[in-house]
Ligand binder design. Structure first.
Ligand code: HEC
Ligand code: HEC
Length: 369
């Protein structure tokens, strides 16, 4: 009875609430399974070794996996990401699971070409891996194992270009596996949550498609994380970034402008918009939002139930939802059903253990003193 009632209510909400929004783009507001990806096993195995290898950072202290850690769903448990030693980042490290399915990357969507470019940015950015491209390929050539692996993968001699191709090949192996949403093994609560997600909750307006993301930027009014301004190591990275992006008045800026970097609107109406993230694998990737300001999925749902945060540019799509506590729990159960098997990083590629010196350094902060 309760179930049927909530179904009727959500259908009503669809009919009344966003008939207009859905009308023209009905197909794009569906949610569904991810497409398959073809993987070249030899290239992916090489990419995996590179992903976990700290020698790809300037002082050989951190690897991709320091911030995109398999133990945290290939994201990071810190609200704000670590950075290259001597720096810290000003955003949450997103998961790289399903990154291959995206069309633009970064919380502000500023990179819209391909994962080779994202990989280059990660390697060379001063406050991320601070790697000099002239040095990188020479370092890799010093390791006979790499020389062999590049040859076996069909790349010839190790080069910066092939490093930037092999890592994305490994990222292809990191996609959702066996999520109850995909296998159909959803609990009753998760199924009720899905109806709310599509109906009364209005989530599907922005979270749609196979990734549950419209690939666009919106302002949801997430509170600023002031650790960016309290911590000089974060603030210096923040200033360097904003200066490089050509953001006005960057020395005095006290907010992350988000997707403003794409549009630079003079009236500032694009300030504080962030890309709609995928909702897959959230079980492993908290805390949430571009700055890690929300700790749990229940708190995220509570945030939306209040109609989002406070911001003069906030999306008109967000309204108070009046969900009951049971409905909020159902919504959380649905979000959890979008997470599959915990990925160890060994999918489709060898689970060979690398020599100790190539392992990511667990607590690299201690490496320096
Ligand atoms: C020091 C921490 C750190 C390291 C090391 C690091 N990343 Fe990142 N990565 C981040 C942060 C933070 C972001 C988000 C940046 C932003 O939004 O401006 C990010 C974003 C990404 C994204 C985009 C994800 C998305 O959904 O938009 C990919 C892909 C990625 N990194 C891959 C890599 C690869 C590959 C490496 C190694 C070559 C690497 N990262 C090394 C912190 C790191
Ligand atoms: C107006 C578009 C919009 C609507 C409607 C919307 N979201 Fe979001 N959602 C976003 C954006 C944009 C972000 C990222 C905000 C940020 O990073 O600061 C986000 C972030 C999230 C996150 C955090 C994901 C992560 O990895 O950090 C979750 C969970 C989420 N939304 C669930 C929902 C649910 C559940 C609903 C419905 C109750 C909903 N969203 C409605 C746009 C929307």
């Amino acid at each position: 009875m309760g179930v049927r009632l909530s179904t009727q209510r959500s259908l009503l909400a669809i009919a009344l609430g966003f008939g207009v929004a859905m009308g023209a783009h009905a197909a794009s507001t569906d949610i569904g399974p991810l497409p398959q990806v073809k993987i070249n096993a030899k290239k992916a195995a090489l990419g995996k070794r590179l992903f976990f290898d700290p020698r790809l950072s300037g002082d050989a202290a951190i690897s991709c996996s320091t911030c995109h850690n398999p133990k945290a769903g290939f994201a990071n448990r810190d609200a704000l990401s670590p950075g290259y030693p001597g720096n810290k980042h000003f955003r949450n490290a997103p998961t790289v699971i399903n990154a291959v399915h995206k069309k633009s990357w970064m919380h502000d969507g500023r990179l819209g070409t391909n994962l080779n470019d994202v990989t280059r940015e990660m390697l060379t950015e001063d406050y991320i891996m601070n790697m000099d491209m002239r040095l990188m390929q020479e370092r890799v050539k010093q390791d006979p194992k790499y020389v062999q692996m590049f040859k076996d993968a069909g790349y010839g001699e190790p080069s910066n270009g092939s490093i930037r191709k092999a890592i994305p090949e490994y990222l292809k192996t990191l996609t959702s596996k066996n999520a109850p949403f995909d296998t159909g093994r959803m609990s009753g609560s998760a199924k009720r949550g899905m109806k709310l997600f599509k109906g009364k909750g209005g989530c599907v307006q922005c979270h749609n498609g196979a990734l549950l993301s419209d690939g666009k930027a919106h302002n949801t009014g997430v509170a600023e994380n002031f650790d960016i301004f309290r911590d000089p190591q974060r603030h210096q990275a923040f200033i360097a970034f904003n200066m490089f992006m050509g953001n006005e008045n960057y020395m005095n800026l006290k907010r992350d402008v988000g997707a403003h970097v794409q549009t630079h609107k003079a009236d500032g109406s694009d300030m504080g918009k962030f890309m709609t993230p995928s909702l897959r694998e959230l079980k492993y990737t908290g805390p949430y939002m571009h700055n890690g300001m929300i700790k749990s999925l229940y708190s995220v749902v509570a945030f939306y139930n209040r109609g989002g945060g406070k911001d003069s540019n906030k999306s008109k799509k967000l309204k108070r939802l009046h969900l009951t506590n049971d409905e909020m729990n159902d919504m959380v159960a649905f979000l959890e059903s979008l997470s599959g098997d915990r990925l160890t990083g060994n999918q489709y590629v060898s689970n060979e253990k690398y020599p100790e010196e190539y392992q990511p350094i667990a607590n690299w902060k201690n490496v320096r003193n």
